[in-house]
Design a protein around this ligand. Structure first.
Ligand code: GLU
Length: 476
C-alpha cells in the first residue's frame, strides 16, 4: 500500500484558514498577519531525578496578541512538537474569537510521558517548566494564562499557580495566572467537566435547528441517537456521560488506547469509566464486544461520531469509510484537511473543533474573571434574590389559601423557585449561553452565504472577521 501524503497539523489548520480567508475581503497583508504564529519559545531544562539529570523539552507558542492575555492549555505528551503547539495556538485564537472570550491564542506542551513519573517527580518537573515560562512572562495573569490540556489537569495547574505566586509575591492577581485550578486553589465550579458539557450544549443547540439537522440527513432530537466516542479521557468521558444520562442518547461504541468496545444496545459510560480506572483500559469489559483494532470502530454505523482524543485520527486513509452523518470534534484537529474535503463531498456535517470544544476556554474565562474580582460568582446577590423570591411565594401562598380547592401551587415549585443560583448554576448558564450564541453566529454564515457549504468555513469566517476588526481597531 502506498502511503498517502497528508499535510502536517499546522498546514492543515492553515489550509482551512485559507479556504475561509479566500471568501473574505481582508485588506492586503492582514490575512497573512492573522495566519502566522507570532512566536514560539522552546525551552530545554534539566531536572535531577532518581540520581541523574533528565533533560526535558517544552514549548509555549503565542499565535496572536490582538487581545491580551493570550490563552491556551499546556499538554504533556511524547508527541508534543513545535508544529503541533503552533497549530493548537492558532486554533486557540479562532476559538476564543468565536466564543467571545477576550483572549489571543496560545498553547504549550512538554515532551513527556507523564505515566512514567511519580507524583513528586511530576511536581518537580512542572514547577521547573513553570519557572522557565513565568520568568519570560509566558505565564502571567495579564499576558499569558495557561490551562489544562491532554496529560495535565487540576493538579498541574495548582503547581504552576503556586510556582508563579512564589516568584511574584506581591502580585495580588497571582491566582489568575493559570486556569483549571482546583477549587481550593482559586478554581471555579464546573471547570473540570466544562469541555464535555460544552459538547453537550453544542449538540443540543444543533438539534434546535431542524434545517441543520436535516442537512445531516437526520431528524428529531438527541434522544435515541447512537453515539460513538473515541477517547474516554476528561472530554470524551464527560460528553458521553452527559449525553447518555441526560439527553437519552445511546453510546454504542467507545474507542480507547487498547481497542474498542461496541454494543448496539448501548453502553453504560460510567461503568466503563470505572472499569478503565481499575484495569487501565477497556479490554475485558463484560457488557460489550471488544475489538483490538480500535480505530476500525470509527467506521461503524452510528448517528454521531465524537473524536475526543488525538489530532488527525480521521484522515485520507479512512475518511471515505466513515459512516456517521454528523461528526462533532471534541478533540483539536481530529479531521485532517484532506479528510475534511472528502467528508464535505459526502455531505457529512462536521461541528468544528474551534466551536465544539470551546467550553473549556469559556469556563476558563469565567475562572480568570473570578480570580481578578476576588469573589465567588453569586456571593453578593444570591440571598437577596432568594428574599425577593420569598415575597412572591408568600403572595402565592396567600392566593392558595384564598382559592381553596380551585388552585394550588405545584408541590416542588416553592423549593425550586426560592433557591438562588450558586456558582455552578451560573457557570452552566454562562456556558450554555455562550455555546448557543456562537452556534447561531456560525450557522447564520452557513445559511446566508451560497459560497459557504460547511460549518468549519463559517466558523473561520466569523472568527477571522472578529480578529481582523480588533487588529484594525489597533491601527494595523
Ligand atoms: N486546553 C483547552 C483547549 O484546548 C483549554 C484552554 C483554556 O482553557 O485556556 O481549549
Amino acid at each position: 500500500m502506498t502511503a498517502i501524503k497528508e499535510p502536517s497539523f499546522r498546514e492543515s489548520v492553515d489550509l482551512m484558514f485559507n479556504r475561509a480567508a479566500a471568501l473574505m475581503d481582508l485588506p492586503p497583508g492582514l490575512e497573512e498577519k492573522i495566519r502566522v504564529c507570532n512566536a514560539t519559545y522552546t525551552v530545554r531544562f534539566g531536572v535531577r531525578l532518581r540520581g541523574q539529570i533528565h533533560t526535558f523539552t517544552g514549548y509555549r507558542s503565542v499565535h496572536s496578541e490582538h487581545m491580551e492575555p493570550v490563552k491556551g492549555g499546556i499538554r504533556y505528551a511524547m508527541a508534543v512538537n513545535q508544529d503541533e503547539v503552533e497549530a493548537l495556538a492558532a486554533l486557540m485564537t479562532y476559538k476564543c474569537a468565536l466564543v467571545e472570550a477576550p483572549f489571543g491564542g496560545s498553547k504549550g506542551g512538554l515532551r513527556i510521558d507523564p505515566r512514567k513519573y511519580e507524583e513528586h517527580e511530576l511536581e518537580q518537573i512542572t514547577r521547573r517548566f513553570a519557572y522557565e515560562l513565568a520568568k519570560r512572562d509566558l505565564i502571567n495573569p495579564s499576558q499569558n494564562v495557561p490551562a489544562p490540556d491532554m496529560g495535565t489537569g487540576e493538579r498541574e495547574m495548582a503547581w504552576m499557580a503556586d510556582q508563579y505566586a512564589r516568584m511574584n509575591t506581591t502580585d495580588i492577581n497571582a491566582r489568575a495566572c493559570v486556569t483549571g485550578k482546583p477549587l481550593n486553589a482559586g478554581g471555579i465550579s464546573g471547570r473540570v467537566e466544562a469541555t464535555g458539557r460544552g459538547i453537550q450544549y453544542a449538540l443540543r443547540e444543533f438539534f434546535r435547528h431542524p434545517e441543520d439537522v436535516k442537512k445531516a440527513g437526520m431528524s428529531g432530537s438527541l434522544d435515541g441517537k447512537r453515539v460513538i466516542v473515541q477517547g474516554l479521557g476528561n472530554v470524551g468521558y464527560h460528553a458521553a456521560k452527559f449525553l447518555s444520562e441526560e439527553d437519552g442518547s445511546l453510546v454504542v461504541g467507545i474507542i480507547e488506547r487498547d481497542g474498542a468496545i461496541y454494543n448496539p444496545e448501548g453502553i453504560d459510560v460510567e461503568a466503563v469509566h470505572q472499569w478503565i480506572v481499575k484495569h487501565g483500559g477497556v479490554n475485558g469489559y463484560p457488557d460489550a464486544t471488544h475489538t483490538a483494532e480500535g480505530t476500525a470502530v470509527l467506521e461503524e454505523d452510528c448517528d454521531i461520531l465524537i473524536p475526543a482524543a488525538l489530532e488527525g485520527v480521521i484522515n485520507l486513509s479512512n475518511a471515505e469509510r466513515i459512516k456517521a452523518p454528523l461528526i462533532i470534534e471534541a478533540a483539536n484537529g481530529p479531521v485532517t484537511a484532506g479528510a475534511d474535503e472528502v467528508l464535505r463531498k459526502k455531505g457529512t456535517v462536521i461541528i468544528p473543533d474551534m466551536y465544539a470544544n470551546a467550553g473549556g476556554v469559556t469556563v476558563s474565562y469565567f475562572e480568570w474573571v473570578k480570580n481578578l474580582s476576588h469573589i465567588r460568582f453569586g456571593r453578593m446577590q444570591r440571598r437577596q434574590e432568594e428574599a425577593r423570591h420569598e415575597l412572591i411565594v408568600k403572595e402565592l401562598e396567600r392566593l392558595d389559601r384564598y382559592l381553596g380547592d380551585a388552585w394550588s401551587m405545584s408541590p416542588d415549585f416553592k423549593a425550586k423557585y426560592l433557591k438562588g443560583a450558586d456558582e455552578l448554576e451560573l457557570v452552566r448558564s454562562g456556558l450554555d449561553d455562550t455555546m448557543r450564541i456562537a452556534y447561531q453566529a456560525m450557522s447564520e454564515v452557513w445559511h446566508d452565504r451560497d459560497d459557504v457549504d460547511d460549518l468549519r468555513t463559517a466558523a473561520y469566517i466569523v472568527s477571522i472577521d472578529r480578529v481582523a476588526k480588533s487588529y484594525r481597531a489597533k491601527g494595523l
